[in-house]
Design a binder for this molecule. Structure first.
Ligand SMILES: *[C@@H]1O[C@H](CO)[C@@H](O)[C@H](O)[C@H]1NC(C)=O
Ligand SMILES: *[C@@H]1O[C@H](CO)[C@@H](O)[C@H](O)[C@H]1NC(C)=O
Length: 566
């Protein structure tokens, strides 16, 4: 997706340019600079129009050479200077950008960890920018028992590219650079990521180091360590302008309503302020408490009322099995009340809706029961079964949910989680059209990854033995976690990287084992939370159970409903 008029300009000038050449080059460069500044101004104005304007944009002209503005190219021999000073070259991938050799000998005593954008240039919407983080070693406690999970880094870094005008936050998914030196505990750790930016804005990196020395991973007998974030130096020059020259980008908010409806529950997107939506936002799922709506990049979410979800479920999923923890309880509170739970502003700011509803009585079902059965209809919502003897039956014009409470696959389940599967579960409760399994929150908090992996293996066997291949399997990820460490006596071990690892591991295992026969999909609530602005993610520091606020539960539900019903 190179801009038509931006030629790639390679390399930096290494040789000393002789003086005559230099004069010529400088003259050319100055002329070009003026053109650049003017065109920059035009682009900036368009950028803000695109975001803030209230009238629809003119229809985008077809991208053809005729429409390419006449822009003088750099004079021969000056490409290097050109690209270096005016930054007008195409996007570069990290693997094309060498790492200076002297980075490998930096010491943390003299050089703080820093973020670098090795190829600073403006890019077009949909292109990527390479972002690097260099973490020189500090005298580490090499006798410490902490080690990373397999193939995971020593340092836990929280880093986003944040748009100045839109506040859109795009996670930088760092991995080690491809170099043997990087994995040594006492060496320099260099990370990088190609970050695709799909909304016009000026982006800057923002973030910090959560932990060094694998202290993010208190496996086994180890306990969670104090959260003492370390600053990352970020140069003021590290900013990238992303332009949508003709507002013709496929990701443009102006075109959002032209996108197909979402049919998957794990698609990438961003949170956009309602005020920036160039159409009536009431067609979208409700905004969160920060006034932002979740908008996937490549498909469109519609707002599906709880009644409409009930109608859809009656038709397409008359029987569903749900396995999960308190996060699922919060989902069910919304569904069973047809959205009434936490619907008033006063409620939403109360503790139960913001974080912990564990002690609050709830009339639709017992929140302490291990097994809950709800019949859902579009008018009265979800109601527990009174006097039912045949749990496998589904009454006319209703959908029946069997909800199995589980503390992940931990040994904290009473009775053990696998006991349910040993008594002819389907015979008793019927063959479901969809099975939703929500794990990880308890597992990452209380168990080692090896224990979890073994339990997942067992679970896979039970799922296979229990469910016909016509049951759609939906894995709900564990919650995203960041920004604090549990220093209470409960000592939950969750952390950004642990939760991410446990998520990826069990999704990979289940897909590998079952996706050739079953439809296996992912309800990715973790990446929705990870893309909230940092201030939103920091709400969890006031919520040790790591529940998301009811406004975010609502968005998670909409993502599922769209995938099931569109
Ligand atoms: C080093 O690690 C050990 C084991 O985790 C711990 O007992 C000790 O206090 C640590 N020392 C320092 C200086 O952090
Ligand atoms: C189910 O819905 C249909 C169509 O709305 C209706 O005709 C029928 O009477 C309903 N059945 C029951 C048991 O409510």
């Amino acid at each position: 997706m190179d801009s038509p008029f931006l030629e790639p300009r390679i390399g930096i000038v290494r040789k000393v340019v002789r003086s005559r050449k230099l004069v010529l080059a400088l003259a050319a460069v100055i002329t070009f600079a003026i053109v650049q500044v003017i065109s920059h101004l035009i682009i900036s104005t368009n950028l803000l129009d695109g975001i803030r304007g209230s009238s629809p944009p003119p229809p985008p002209p077809p991208p053809s050479f005729k429409d390419t503005p006449l822009m003088p190219g750099p004079p021969p021999g000056t490409q290097g200077i050109w690209g270096q000073f005016f930054g007008q070259s195409a996007s570069r991938k990290c693997h094309e950008l060498p790492i200076p050799e002297d980075y490998w000998i930096l010491s943390g005593e003299d050089t703080p960890a820093f973020v670098e954008i090795p190829h600073l240039s403006d890019i077009s919407v949909g292109e990527s920018v390479c972002v690097r983080v260099i973490v020189p070693p500090k005298p580490a406690n090499l006798t410490a028992a902490f080690v990373p999970l397999p193939d995971m880094p020593w340092d836990s870094i929280l880093l986003d590219m944040v748009g100045a005008a839109t506040g859109i936050s795009v996670p930088v998914k760092l991995s080690y650079v491809n170099d043997d030196r990087v994995e040594r505990h006492d060496g320099v750790h260099i990370y990088q990521a190609d970050v695709e930016l799909r909304d016009a804005d000026v982006y800057r990196p923002e973030g910090y180091i959560e932990f060094r020395d694998a202290l993010w991973n208190p496996e086994g007998e180890l306990v969670p360590q104090e959260y003492k974030p370390e600053e990352l130096k970020i140069s003021g020059l590290s900013q990238v302008m992303v332009t949508d020259k003709y507002r013709s980008s496929e990701y443009s908010l102006w075109r959002y309503l032209d996108l197909p409806l979402c049919t998957e529950s794990d698609v990438d997107g961003r949170w956009v302020s309602v005020g920036m939506i160039p159409f009536d936002a009431s067609v979208l799922p409700l905004p969160d408490n920060l006034g932002r709506v979740w908008m996937p990049y490549k498909c469109r979410l519609q707002r599906i009322s709880y009644s409409d979800f009930a109608k859809c479920a009656i038709e397409k999923y008359p029987r569903m099995h749900w396995y999960g923890d308190s996060n699922l309880r919060r989902v069910m509170k919304k569904i069973s009340t047809l959205g009434e739970w936490c619907s008033t502003e006063e409620d939403r700011n109360g503790n139960a809706c913001r974080c912990e509803d564990y002690t609050v009585p709830f009339e639709r079902f017992s929140i302490h029961a291990r097994d809950t059965f709800l019949d859902l209809d579009p008018v009265t919502g979800g109601n527990t079964l009174a006097g039912e003897t045949d749990y496998a039956r589904v009454p006319e014009n209703k959908t029946r949910f069997a909800i199995f409470k589980m503390e992940g696959l931990t040994e904290r389940n009473m009775p053990p989680w696998d006991a349910r599967f040993q008594n002819g579960l389907v015979k008793k409760f019927g063959e479901p059209d969809a099975v939703i399994v929500s794990l990880v929150n308890w597992d990452a908090a209380f168990n080692s990854y090896e224990y979890f992996a073994n339990q997942v293996k067992l679970l896979i066997g039970y799922l296979e033995d229990t469910y016909p291949v016509t049951s759609k399997l939906i894995i709900r990820t564990g919650q995203y976690h960041c920004c604090y460490s549990d220093q209470t006596r409960t000592a939950r071990k969750y952390s950004q990287l642990r939760n991410g690892y446990f998520n990826d591991m069990h999704i990979g295992m289940i897909k590998d084992a079952l996706s050739d026969r079953y439809s296996v999909s992912v309800w990715d609530v973790a990446s929705i939370a990870q893309r909230r602005p940092l201030v939103g993610r920091q709400e969890s520091t006031q919520c040790y159970s790591n529940h998301v606020r009811s406004e975010v539960v609502e968005v998670e539900n909409q993502v599922l409903f769209n995938a099931l019903c569109n």
